[in-house]
Design a protein. Structure first.
Ligand SMILES: [Zn+2]
Length: 122
């Protein structure tokens, strides 16, 4: 049974069974699903989640900071503080959903990634 990408994104559950948790601690992917034993640790996420999050945040946060800097004339130190807090907080909030969505997409479109170890390939 394959669950939907939205279910995996919202509930952070295994894309194969929909039961086991994907993450342990903050955003570390578990090695295997506790329910169906899908090797979730084999997901090849690379820098994809970081790239997606930073791209989204640059589109949203940069115009906001430009408005704050030029229209409201906030001091540079305050702008740097607001940028650091907003970018850091948003990154932490988005990290798990984006990683979960990418794992679900990879499971649907490249399931061989998860099963390579059972076929004797690295
Ligand atoms: Zn599972």
């Amino acid at each position: 049974m394959t669950t939907s990408i939205a279910h995996t994104l919202l509930h952070h559950r295994c894309p194969a069974c929909g039961q086991g948790k994907i993450f342990e601690k903050l955003a570390s992917v578990v090695a295997v699903c506790a329910h169906c034993h899908l090797p979730l640790g084999k997901a090849d996420l690379g820098d994809g989640p970081a790239f997606i999050i930073l791209s989204l945040l640059c589109v949203v946060v940069t115009p906001l900071l430009v408005v704050l800097a030029f229209i409201y004339a906030w001091p540079t130190g305050v702008l740097i503080g607001v940028a650091a807090i907003s970018l850091g907080g948003s990154t932490l909030l988005l990290l798990r959903p984006v990683r979960a969505a990418l794992i679900a997409l990879q499971y649907q479109h490249r399931p061989d990634t998860f099963y390579r170890h059972t076929l004797g390939q690295s």
